[in-house]
Every structure is written in C-alpha cells, then in structure tokens.
Design a binder for this molecule. Structure first.
Ligand SMILES: *Cc1c(COP(=O)(O)O)cnc(C)c1O
Length: 400
C-alpha cells in the first residue's frame, strides 16, 4: 500500500495519527473525550445569534459538537475531501445523501452492485417520493451517458460491490457524467476501500460515503456513517438535510470511530495480506469454481482495481457448484474461527452464504453458489485450516 501525498510533508499513516485531534483543548488527553451534550448554554444573546454551521460553532448537541467535528475533520483528511457530515449509521449516510439532492420527478442511477439496504431505500421511500430509480450494469464505464436524462440528479456507485466485487471504472463514469451535465452529483459507497485504499474524490466523485461501522470502527461494536464532500455547496446541502432529518451520530460512536481510525492503515495491511493468501488458496480448491477478489485476475474489473486502488481489504467471495442447504450447513455450522453474521470490517473472520439473484436487476446473476468471507486478524494459517476442515465436512455431507 503506498501513501498518497496531499501536498503535505507527511505520509498518510502519519497524518491519520494526528487527524482531528486537539489535546490542548481537552486537558492534554490524547483522544478527544466523548462530548455528551444535548443542551449547550450561551452566556450572551450575541453568542446565541452568532451560530453558523459552516463555522463549526456549537448550538445544540445534535447539530454538531466537538466529537462530530473531530470525526468529520479526520474523515475529510482520510478521504482527501473538503468537509464531511457524520451519521448514526452508514445506511443513514446513504439515505440522507440520496434525499438531499432529489425531489419529486427526478431520476437517479444506481450501480447494480449497490448494497441491498441501499436498494431497499431507493425502491421504497425514494420511489414513493416520486423519484425514478434505475439500476445500471456496473461494467458500463463511460457508456453511462446513454442512460442520463434531463431529470437525472444522482449517479450512485458502489465499487467493488460488497457482495459480488465487480470493480467499476469510477474515473470514466464520473468524467463522462460531469461532462454531460455538471449538475449531476456523483456519489459512491466507499466502504470496501475504507477511504484508505481508494480516493474517489480525486477521481471526479463528489460525495464519498462510507459505513464507518466496518473498518474505521474496526471492532464490531460501533454504528457510524459519514459522507465526505469535495465541494462546499454539496456539503452545505448535506448538512442542512441532516439537520432537517434529525440525523446525527452519538458521541460514544464518534469516539470509537476516531479511536479505530488510528490503527486503520496497519489493520488494513494485515486484512490485505491474509485475505489475498486465503483467496489464492481457495483458487486451488476443487470445490471452488471462482474466487471474486479484486486483486485476482478472475474478478470482474481486476485491471481497474490495479489501476485505481492501493490495496484490498479482507472482504471477498468465492463460488461453488449449487450446494444443497444441508451440505452448506455442514460446512459453515462447524467453523472454529469464522463466525456467521452480517457486517464486516472487524478484527474477526466471518463467513456468509449469500444469493445475489434477487438483488440484481440490471444484469442477472449467473454465478454459482456464493459464499462471502471476511478475513480478520487471526493467524492466516489457522483460517485456512478452518476452511479446509469446512470443505471436508461439505464433502462428507454431499456423499452421505
Ligand atoms: C454495512 C454497509 C453499509 C451500511 O452500514 P451501516 O453502518 O450498517 O448502516 C453500507 N454500505 C455497505 C457496502 C455496507 O457493507
């Protein structure tokens, strides 16, 4: 993983140690203590009148406070953007961002790889509000322009898709969309890259969203989201919408997000190394028909990953032949290290059999039986041995 210089003298991992911190304002404490406050008192009417969200003054806990300001500053540094808004979850960051730039009669384009709850919101509340939602082939590239309408307001990407891992040509899509209509807001769900492995705002994207619940929090115990903007006008619109919606993150979760951020680069390097080793081992297995890991040539969009990303996280998937549920259970029920559960980005490994069929509408799913893995920070050989034993149980169940 290389570091990105942002016209600054220090490497990225060094900058992330300092980002958003202010020991001098908090009694010298290394970490900013969680700022637990709803009511904020003003000594004078002049100070009450002077509130300006753009100045990061504090008026009321929900609308911005030292915890949210610190987290937003740090995430802005990570994503190399202009300013950020924090939310109670990644999904809230996504739904608030989609609402912020749309109204009745508008049209929104969403990559077919989008996380299922993003689609549920788009097909539910957003559609019921009179916004037309259309999904597109993640491999579309600059061809996206053929789908633009005069009413198109947002192009929403998720690259790689967090279930099937197709990497999109984000620079080509953003450039083509902006050249066709500079008012369209290009957004991305950047959770897979954790803001570290890919810098969408440097590739023409306007709003980079992530679930900090995943790698930034990193310990499976916080729920937090963020949207980082490249432009002040977009940030003001997002901030105003968040205030209208009552969307905000709690002080404790912001604290955990900031704490996780400090070790993000070192954790991601380990997720990358172990994940790749497991993926390469899976490629040699007779049970596996395909490994969907962006760092492997068999993954759709691998060349784009190589061009645009500086590494991989620990999340990828493999395909097998259609597997009876009982045999799948024999494999996944007895794992020693892989837990079964949704989410990812923590220190622990996870295994999740999935079926993308029902959540693909632009391009139908033609792959095999899909199993998603999150490779955590355990010893990688223990993880491989665990999967090996799982395949032995699968084989026994298939032969029984
Ligand atoms: C988990 C996830 C989200 C939503 O995050 P929450 O913090 O759980 O709301 C959004 N996008 C992707 C790709 C995710 O994996």
């Amino acid at each position: 993983m290389s570091t990105h210089d942002r016209d600054q003298p220090f490497a990225e991992n060094t900058r992330l140690i300092h980002a958003g911190r202010a020991p001098e304002k908090f009694g010298g404490a290394v970490n900013i203590p969680p700022f637990r406050a709803s009511t904020v008192l003003f000594p004078t009417l002049a100070e009450l009148d002077a509130y300006d969200p753009a100045l990061r003054t504090v008026r009321y806990g929900r609308t911005g406070n030292p915890s949210s300001h610190a987290f937003e500053a740090a995430m802005t540094e990570l994503e190399e953007g202009h300013a950020a808004v924090s939310y109670a979850s990644g999904l809230q960051a996504i739904t608030s961002s989609l609402l912020a730039f749309t109204r009745h009669g508008d049209h929104v384009l969403i990559a077919d790889t989008a996380y299922a709850p993003t689609r549920n919101f788009a097909n539910g509340i957003l559609s019921r509000s009179g916004v037309t939602v259309e999904y597109f082939d993640p491999g579309i590239g600059a061809g996206i322009t053929s789908l633009l309408r005069p009413t198109t307001k947002i192009v929403f990407l998720e690259s790689p898709g967090s279930l099937t891992f197709e990497v999109q040509d984000v620079p080509a899509i953003s450039a083509a969309v902006t050249a066709a209509n500079a008012d369209i807001v290009v957004m991305i769900d950047n959770t897979w890259a954790a803001g570290l492995l890919f810098k969408p705002l440097k590739h023409g994207v306007h709003v980079s969203i992530q679930s900090a619940t995943k790698y930034v929090g990193g310990h499976s115990d916080a729920s937090l989201g963020v949207a980082v903007c490249a432009r002040q006008d977009h940030w003001l619109r997002l901030k105003k919408t968040a205030v209208e919606l009552g969307a905000c993150a709690s002080a404790d979760e912001l604290f955990l997000g900031l704490r996780g951020l400090r070790s993000l680069p070192v954790r991601m390097r380990r997720h990358h190394e172990s994940g790749l080793k497991v993926a390469q081992w899976l490629e040699t297995r007779p049970e596996v028909t395909r490994v969907r890991h962006p760092a492997l040539p068999a993954c759709p969009g691998h060349d784009l990953w190589k061009r645009d990303f500086t590494g991989a996280c620990g999340l990828f998937a493999f395909e097998m032949a259609p597997t009876p549920r009982k045999a799948m259970a024999a494999m996944v029920d007895g794992m020693a290290h892989f837990g079964m559960g949704y989410s990812w980005g923590g220190f622990e490994s996870l295994i999740l059999p999935s079926n993308p069929t029902s959540i693909r509408t632009a391009v139908s799913w033609t792959g095999g039986e899909l199993v998603r893995l999150h490779i955590g920070l355990e010893d990688v050989d223990d993880l491989i041995a665990d999967l090996d034993a799982g395949f032995a149980r699968l084989k026994a169940a298939l032969e029984a």
